[in-house]
Design a protein around this ligand. Structure first.
Ligand code: NAD
Ligand code: USQ
Length: 397
């Protein structure tokens, strides 16, 4: 198949592109390097050094004998997106290309507006380019488990049967997300469902849990093929951060009492889920939703697992929760559909955590300690109105 991976320079996009290419698909990647600019804006860098996209693509050809084409440009530029989709004419578009950090979206008004504009407009441009080029192109869109929030009932895979006043309907599962970032994904989901219903698009929305891990089979082949690994309080995700904190001898930061529970998935399973979704497309007009996670754990359980596995001493520190989120809540997620397509879940294990300790040990001198503790507070509105249009746009742009 011909597969276009948007956000192909990111943590998940780059390993996915290589995984699909390795499976014999004809792959192209797109990115505007916004993620590298957020690093500059935040004054941090990936723990694992990463090559430029050009170097990555060249190294992949050298190592595998296969090619990955690259398109550099902004998904918010409609003309560029049309041109790219028309030029590559993919069978599937995998869309990772969004601003993905909840804390980044909660910094202030400018970052909230940027996040929602970048994500919602970029996704709409992709939908229009796809519909204009060939409505048969399958959109595989990265959503998030956080779209659902933490309702006091079981979480279904996207759709929900409701009986109300004696009548029954199948509706999109109600969403109650916890950040302006997570909200942007809800808006995308609604737009895509509309495209399926009105234009007859085929789409798979992958509501993915928190990803952990530093490597896939392909990233290990050459240091130039490594993917980024974030540890700072804005872009670092919880398990990856706890591993780094353990290795540095810092207490593992558990926000609040740590009873908040999240779905987790290893990066190795992420890339495989994308392959399965691409190779088994949704039907024409179908808005298909998969919950892309393999296990649930509370934040405290994650911290305890890391601390117990660490060969040295590791302590856990409860810090005031900078987010507004439920603790001690019900969490039961249905996630069987990817397994029905063939996913063999990779569950959190000592071996996986030990590998992460090794990766961090090798690069720990690159950590900026001042970036570890959270600084973004969900309750602070930072509502000073921007005076100029440029103040509405973070420096990353
Ligand atoms: P990432 O930030 O590392 O990668 C996203 C890439 O998209 C970056 O390289 C960025 O430069 C690019 N991008 C952003 N806006 C763009 C635009 N307008 N035009 C072109 N490129 C653009 O993020 P990631 O961790 O690889 O996540 C990828 C996707 O998966 C995101 O959509 C995210 O919401 C979703 N997701 C991630 C996780 C996780 O734990 N990392 C979990 C669930 C869902
Ligand atoms: N947390 C801590 N300590 C930390 C960091 C986080 O206790 O040092 C807690 C948070 O309060 C939260 C949970 O861990 O309850 C998860 O936080 P996170 O930063 O690991 O993940 P989140 O902000 O939810 O976002 C990440 C990705 C995002 C993706 C999402 C999947 O950045 O792109 O959409 O995971 S999900 O959480 O399922 O929505």
């Amino acid at each position: 198949m011909r597969i276009l991976v948007l956000g192909g320079d990111g943590y998940l996009g780059w390993p996915t592109a290589m995984h699909l290419s390795n499976r014999g698909h004809d792959v192209a990647v797109n990115d505007n390097f916004a993620r590298r600019s957020y690093d500059e804006e935040m004054g941090v860098d990936s723990l694992v050094p990463i090559a430029t996209l050009d170097e990555r693509v060249a190294a992949w050809t050298e190592v595998s004998g296969r090619t990955i084409k690259s398109y550099v440009g902004d998904l918010c530029d409609a003309a560029f997106v049309h041109q790219m989709v028309g030029d590559f004419r993919p069978n599937a578009i995998v869309h990772f290309g969004e601003q993905r950090a909840a804390p980044y979206s909660m910094i202030d008004q400018a970052h909230a507006v940027y996040t929602q504009t970048n994500n919602v407009v970029g996704n709409l441009n992709v939908m229009y380019a796809l519909a204009d080029t060939d409505i048969d192109i399958h959109l595989v869109k990265l959503g998030t488990m956080g779209e659902y929030g933490t309702p006091n009932i079981d979480i279904e895979e996207g759709w929900f049967e409701v009986v109300h006043n004696g009548r029954k309907d199948r509706v999109l599962y109600p969403k109650r997300p916890g950040s302006f970032y997570h909200l942007s994904k809800v808006h995308d989901s609604h737009n895509i469902e509309f495209g399926c219903r009105i234009w007859g698009m085929r789409a798979t929305d992958l509501n993915q849990g928190v990803v952990y891990g530093a490597d896939t089979e392909q990233t290990k082949l050459d240091p130039r093929l490594a993917t980024r690994f974030d540890y700072d309080a804005v872009f670092g995700t919880v398990l990856n951060r706890h591993v780094i904190q353990a290795v540095l001898g810092h207490p593992l930061s558990v926000y609040g009492d740590g009873s908040q529970t999240r779905g987790l998935i290893n990066i190795v399973d992420t890339v495989e889920c994308i392959r399965l979704a691409c190779e088994n497309p949704a039907d024409r007009g179908e808005f298909r939703v998969f919950n892309q996670m393999t296990e649930s754990k509370s934040v405290l359980e994650i911290a305890q697992t890391i601390a117990d596995t660490f060969p040295g001493e590791a302590t856990i520190e409860h810090v005031d929760n900078p987010r507004v989120e439920a603790e001690g809540h019900y969490y039961n997620v249905k996630h069987s559909r990817l397994e029905e397509l063939g996913l063999k879940p990779t569950l959190l294990s000592e071996a996986l955590i030990d590998h992460l300790f090794d990766v961090v040990e090798r690069h720990k001198d690159r950590v900026d300690i001042s970036a570890i503790m959270p600084t973004v507070d969900w309750r602070a509105t930072a509502s000073q109105l921007p005076r100029t249009a440029s103040e509405l746009t973070p420096t990353a742009q």
